[in-house]
Design a protein around this ligand. Sequence first.
Ligand code: 13P
Length: 390
Amino acid sequence: MPLVDLKDMLRHARANGYAVGAYDAVDSNFVAAILAGAEAAQAPVILSFAESHFAHYDFASLVAAAEAQAKRSTVPVALFLDHGSGMASAVAAIRHGCNGVMVDASHLAFEDNLATTRDVAEMAHGVGVPVEGELGYVPGVEGEDAERHPGAMRMTSPEEAARYVDASGVDFLAVSVGTVHGRFRGEPRLDLDRLAAVAAAVAVPLVIHGGTGLSDEQFQALIARGVAKINYFTALSDLAAAAAANALAAVNSSYTAAIDAARRAVADEVMRTATVFGAAGRAQALLTECRPWRDVEHVILFNWSEEAMARAMDFEAEGCALLGSVPGVREVAIGRAIHEDVRYRRAWLIRLASAAAEGAYMQDERHLDYANRVFRPHAADRIKGDYMRE
Ligand code: 13P
């Protein structure tokens, strides 16, 4: 089943009165377990990667593993950068394969949050990727006791939300209405009237961070007021840790037994929450209404001119570095013909995040500079094409 466009996914959720779970994955076992839980529920799912967790895993490798597993999954999936810190993180996440990004500048003053978010949204929209921004402040750290991070909560103001969404162009708005990240003692007190007022003030789907610790009734009350994406991690982490510890305490236990137990615990909780969020059983309907998310291959077959041959290696190295830095470009490689008797001896193999990314790439200054200064004058003998990956 394909990756799907995240904007379509959350529009479907909002229009049909349910929310998609966005579960932070911290290793490939979490990825497999989250997908297994979503498949068991036949629910669309968002695999999230929180920048605060990058110390614990290699982001590029884990998203690559997630992308491969997602393509084999039986439910629609989106890959998401959670709590991205700014432009560089967003560009890198899209390069690695994320088709949705969050820019979290919610700790900044309103105007600075707006400016940071607007810049990222402009870049991401240019390459077809939707953006989540956050207004108000949700304290705490995913996976830890909320009491250890007692930052002051700032609730989202409906008036500011309208201005922020309008001026930044964000596709989804994360709101602060009483939740915190991490383990919470007691039941969080939610300001549902505020949430309803924010939902009335903006047209975009709303996002709740700090899903751990909310009751089923609280989730349903949030969804009834416009929440279409719920971020959830600490409970998965705690359940996985407890299941692994329990498995390791058994006689003749093993590392793989601990992994298996943790995976089962995560999958069960994803299945349970997807049902509470109303996402269970939505996979097939959603697929018919959402655009698939697919890479595009920009391929140029060419020959360097005779006089350029001595400098070809330098030209190619410069092209790989320069073109590889363009937002929306996932990979740039030079192909060398493996047979002698072919019309073209070289190929640029440029993988782009989407059809929109191909359009942006063609207009990008770095691309135009390289094409006009280096490539076109020295490689008149060439053909090109763009191909969407099936
Ligand atoms: P919890 O860890 O409290 O569930 O919050 C997750 C989250 O909001 C990730 O962005």
